[in-house]
Design a protein around this ligand. Structure first.
Ligand code: MN
Length: 399
């Protein structure tokens, strides 16, 4: 890898080894596809690239649908354009400062599923929701547990989150109440974006993960714990989760993360359809900030079930994949308290509130609170790459 001619500030999230895709616009111009490099975005609709027409659109879906060979070809060409100085005169005019653009939701979300893949998270939630019973359900180490979520309420980073209303039990009341959630929480997760579809009635093996998954985003699966706790038996999350899910605007290509792969130890060995090939765990360090204050650094590399296993499981019954499908890891929590990926864990359901630098404390989110999730990983040459961020501010319930 040679150095880019384009300027990249030290410790930028977006070195030339990253080249994440997003959708952006400038005042008076239609949205189109670009990649982030340093403090700029490169307008792909203006370059001599294969599949050029795919980049003059407001969505990554057309390009993502073309498959891994196309993704590889464009990535190789972009690397060449940004590192060989001979291309500088023709490419530089299409570098736009990111301070001058608006970022959009980068892809049309087809279906959305969310897993429960962190053993530390699942164990913590089991202790909180089902005290006195085994923390992990009996199926947990045999299949990656998940549920289907609501694709239509996946929003781009920065979208205000209206406090949800719903039904919940208060204290030891004998009947439920309805009103604004009093236990609004976050879930810091890693999301996987499907490019290549599959036919209904067929299964995608774990070994075909990189043929189908285009890239990775940050996800905040906002969760109303009071609504969730009352509604979730026996069918799982519903309105406690479906009101909003925020994703980062930059989709980091899977090909940028090959050096971050890890193969978690699993005991007992999963069934053969979940064991084929090498795992796609990823050594990604996440950071969660509440009103700017760092409260947790969840390690994604510690997660038990990996994204290739989730893909294989999700299609093992013949369910199809569609371009734009998003599936998220589930809350990422490590073994330490300062690695927990949700407030319910960080404050142990309010029993141990977080103290903030302004002297206030939090059990759950208050109106006006801002939560920002960021993350980073290492490239093969040791360069740090970042994922940008997903952020959201809580607004009062609609009354
Ligand atoms: Mn979740």
């Amino acid at each position: 890898m040679t150095h880019p001619w384009a300027p990249v500030p030290g410790n930028s999230d977006f070195p030339v080894q990253n080249l994440p895709y997003g959708v952006f616009s400038q005042p008076g111009k239609d949205p189109r596809v670009g990649v982030a490099i340093g403090d700029a975005v490169l307008d792909l609709s203006q370059l001599d690239l294969p599949y050029r027409a795919d980049f003059a659109t407001a969505s990554l879906n057309p390009f993502m649908s073309r498959g891994h060979q196309a993704w590889r070809a464009v990535r190789a060409r972009l690397t060449e354009l940004l590192t060989d100085p001979i291309h500088r005169p023709s490419v530089q005019p299409h570098l736009i400062p990111r301070s001058d653009i608006t970022l959009h939701l980068p892809f049309q979300v087809a279906d959305y599923a969310d897993f429960y893949a962190s053993e530390h998270h699942a164990t913590n939630l089991g202790k909180i929701f089902r005290p006195g019973q085994p923390s992990l359900p009996p199926n947990w180490k045999h299949l990656p547990i998940g549920y289907h979520g609501r694709a239509g309420t996946v929003v781009k980073s920065g979208t205000p989150v209206v406090r949800p209303k719903g039904q919940y039990m208060v204290g030891d009341a004998s009947a439920p109440a309805f009103g604004p959630s009093r236990r609004l929480d976050i879930e810091a997760e890693i999301g996987f974006v499907v490019g290549t579809p599959s036919a209904q009635g067929t299964s995608v093996p774990a070994t075909a993960f990189a043929d189908h998954v285009f890239g990775v985003v940050l996800v905040n699966d906002w969760s109303a714990r009071d609504i969730q706790a009352w509604e979730y038996t026996p069918l799982g999350p519903f309105l406690g989760k479906s009101f909003a899910t925020s994703v980062s605007p930059w989709v980091v290509p899977l090909d940028a993360l090959s050096a971050a792969r890890v193969h978690p130890h699993q005991d007992p060995a999963p069934l053969p359809y979940l064991s084929k090939g090498q795992r796609w765990g990823l050594d990604i360090t996440m950071e969660i900030r509440l009103n700017g204050h760092l409260v947790s650094t969840p390690p994604f590399g510690s997660v038990y079930w990996t994204a290739d296993q989730q893909l294989a499981h999700m299609t093992s019954n013949g369910a199809s994949l569609r371009t734009g499908d998003l599936y998220a890891s589930g809350t990422v929590s490590g073994p330490r308290r300062d690695q927990r990926g949700s407030l319910i864990e960080l404050t142990w359901n309010g029993a141990e509130p977080l103290e903030l630098p302004d002297g206030s404390s939090r059990s759950y989110l208050m109106d006006g609170d801002t939560v920002t999730i960021s993350a980073s990983a290492r490239c093969a040459d040791g360069t740090r790459l970042g994922f940008g961020e997903t952020t959201g501010t809580i607004g009062p319930a609609d009354v």
